[in-house]
Write a protein that binds this ligand. Structure first.
Ligand code: TYD
Ligand code: MG
Length: 436
């Protein structure tokens, strides 16, 4: 079939041959034969908890995303577009943990290429072992012989199981190879990172399948034309999801960015219309970012709307609310929204700042440069409450902002830092009156 009967998209179906022998491999769980089980349910209070051992890498941004270090026996997937820096990040782990045995399985590049990269990154340890191999069984042998603390498989799309007939990178190969590696990891209690060329749209084999199998899913994202890279945990069985780490790609590799707000705001224009500072909570971490808007009369019938780093449908909703509730005629204007620094934000609390930036550009009046805007905009033009206002305000005060416009309903439950003037807004109109 050329067309997916589910979603109507063309050429998206992937052929998968049934693998009869795979079925037979599924463990019949020895204990449950003849219906009797030697594995009775146990009260939760009596389940033994071994000591929790996390491997701290010393790379602060990375450790935070992992929930405080790499959990022993954990199985993680790091996914991202090709060329974003996944191999670089994995190689850097060796620089931070020279005393740990790391087995780096490279299926894409030669050992020489990996070595050249490692040299550039300043990795110089004989505990980093390279293996150019794509056969799961050979990887298993190598693991048994060198007993690594950390196994890195770059990338899962190149790995295959010889007993399956389908090609490496196909859904069944990716799934079955992952299952084999998972079994090894859990039995021998080391930690594994799989590198996967899977984008969020899942254009390559089996990303969804993988997400269910692994403990942690990290996305390495960023705009290739920007130096900033964001490592985001979208799933973490051992820590908070959506936690982010910010890195900068330089000649000498990835460098941690401990104060992302400062960097994201460093190129901010002052006294220019169409700019507003918002505070987005990424995981547990508040980050201040500039939203830029450009609104100009459209020269053609259909106005253009472009959103970079911001959800397109959300922008359309905000413009409709501004049109209906504030009475601004955006329908004959082009609107461009850009989140500075190449970050992607999808938290509702950034609505207010985005709407205000759009109005600021529409009227060509600069916003108050010392104000941070936080709030979700509802369809009625009301400002709705956001979660965790306290930490957001603290971050704003830390970076020297004087004022914050926040949802009025949040005020009772939040203590504001002393040097920050916090103003509650009930509606979009209130907020516009305050900062424009
Ligand atoms: P890489 O880690 O190979 O990407 P991936 O494994 O995700 O495909 O890195 C890709 C890019 O990073 C490459 O275009 C070059 C750049 N880079 C640097 O800018 N500095 C460096 O020190 C390194 C190693 C790579
Ligand atoms: Mg790579």
């Amino acid at each position: 079939m050329g067309k997916c009967p589910g979603c109507g998209a063309w050429n998206t179906l992937v052929e998968e041959k049934p693998e009869s022998e795979v079925k037979a491999r599924v463990p019949k769980s020895a204990s449950s034969s003849n219906g009797r089980t030697s594995n009775p349910p146990e009260p939760i209070t009596e389940v033994a908890l071994g000591p929790e051992t996390r491997l701290k890498t010393g790379m602060v941004e990375f450790d935070r995303v992992m929930g405080g270090g790499i959990m022993q026996g954990s199985f993680s997937l790091i996914a991202g577009d090709p060329g974003i820096g996944k191999s670089t990040l994995m190689t850097e782990l060796a620089r931070f943990m020279p005393e740990r045995t790391i087995l780096y399985v490279t299926g894409e590049e030669s050992k020489r290429q990996v070595k050249l990269r490692a040299q550039r990154l300043g990795v110089d340890t004989d505990r980093l072992l390279l293996l150019a191999e794509t056969n799961v069984e050979a990887i298993g042998q190598a693991v048994r012989s060198c007993e690594p603390d950390l196994l890195i498989v770059d990338s899962i799309q190149t790995i295959f199981r010889p007993d399956l007939s389908s090609a490496p990178g196909s859904v069944s190969q990716v799934r079955e190879s992952t299952a084999s590696l998972l079994k090894m990891t859990k039995e021998d209690e080391f930690s594994t990172f799989l590198v996967g060329h899977v984008t969020k749209k899942g254009t390559i084999a089996g990303p969804r399948v993988l997400e269910h199998m692994v403990d942690t899913v990290l996305y390495f994202e960023g705009d290739r034309h920007h130096a900033f890279r964001i490592l985001r945990s979208v799933k973490n069985r051992f820590g908070a999801a959506n936690e982010i780490g910010v890195f900068e790609m330089r000649e000498s590799g990835l460098h941690e960015v401990p104060n992302p707000s400062e960097i994201f705001l460093s190129e901010r224009g002052y006294g220019v219309s169409g700019s507003a500072v918002i505070c987005s909570l990424e995981g547990t971490r508040p980050i201040l970012v500039e939203v830029q808007a450009l609104v100009s009369p459209s020269s053609y019938g259909t106005p253009q709307r472009t959103a970079t780093g911001f959800e397109y449908s959300r922008l359309q909703m905000l413009l409709a609310v501004l049109e209906k509730r504030i009475g601004l005629a955006f329908s004959d204007h082009d609107v461009f929204i850009n989140i500075a620094g190449g970050v992607k934000l999808n938290e509702p609390a950034v609505d207010l700042g985005t709407a205000v930036a759009a109005v600021s550009s529409f009227r060509d009046v600069p916003t108050d440069t010392n104000a941070v805007l936080i709030g979700e905009v509802g369809l009625g033009g009301e400002i709705r409450t956001v979660s965790q206002l306290g930490p957001r305000l603290k971050e704003a005060a830390k970076l020297g902002f004087d004022r914050a416009v926040v949802p009025a309903n949040n005020l009772d439950s939040t203590t504001a830092p002393d040097d920050l003037d916090v103003i509650g807004a009930k509606t979009l109109q209130d907020a516009l009156d305050t900062v424009l």
